[in-house]
Write a protein that binds this ligand. Sequence first.
Ligand code: AGP
Length: 372
Amino acid sequence: SAAEKGGYASFMLKEIAEQPRAVADTLLGRIDGSGALSLDEVRIPPKALREADKVVIVACGTAFHAGLIAKYAIEHWTRIPCEVELASEFRHRDPILDPQTLVIAVSQSGETMDTLMALRHAREQGARVLAICNTNGSTIPRESDAVLYTHAGPEVAVASTKAFLTQLVACYLVALYLAQVRGAKYGDEIRAVVRDLGAIARSVERVLDTMEPVRELARTLAHKNTVLFLGRHVGYPVALEGALKLKELAYMHAEGFAAGELKHGPIALVEDDLPVVVVVPSPRGRSVLHDKMVSNIQEIRARGARTIVIAEEGDDEVVPYADHLILVPATPTLLQPLVTTVPLQVFACELATARGNEVDQPRNLAKSVTVE
Ligand code: AGP
């Protein structure tokens, strides 16, 4: 009903707007005054976490994209090798698992059958399983060794938005906790990241406050057949997520690519006036990534692409190559997906609406996929 949507036209819009709160709630009580992580709820003994020699993340759809981003954070902060796999592919390839493997199953609903079957298989091989889940008492956390709940609140729209942002927060918390338990060598960086996480809800709110031009742009693209998304590093899974949102809501052909792969094939798709969304890494710190992305934008633009550039405030270098510029607050590279994903959600939602689609209930889809 209209009342349940709290004045918004759809649950999706309501849930997009709830993201600052969902992010803050997922952090609440998990970082103490000294900046240390306190995740007592993760009932896996610290000794087991110290001895883990591999992390394997299994998930589907949007939750899989959260897992892809988690890999960057886990490997960088903990130096533990991390694999991410689609839950539906996982057990059929006879994966290598043992008691030193920490498996992380990410699921909003906690009822996704592919993810459940993957975690059952992992436990049969003796691996420990930590669930990251948004639904209290659902099957996936019940069958796992431990659970870290995301506190997004109920997500009703089929397209995942606030659950995704809180899955990212939970993944960062797990990565930081692993680093803490194992005596990470990036102490200073980790302290800085913990501080930045505390400010992230405010950044998400600022992004939400500046979405009107994104909505306008989306409406002008309603007649297009294809939209491409490019990213590098953690921006690559963000590009995949932007494309998934557009497929499921706008029923358009949308694809995400690693920008470095362009020259290995996809650049052949670029033609006059093709909309290409580019997620630009922070110009600070890892500027090599930024420089490479700027050349990628020039390359596609020279071939006629209409560039829709998502970049950090103060990134002057991208301005000349952006047909449309969407600015997000400066955010440390690993945390950037928390701000760069939001415009892509708004973009897909608005474009779908402009095409006359029902955004809360896209055709052919179910909120939770309880069959394999
Ligand atoms: C996201 O917008 C999708 N509707 C879908 O990909 C979803 O993320 C996937 O089915 C996994 O669901 P879960 O998080 O409940 O396991």
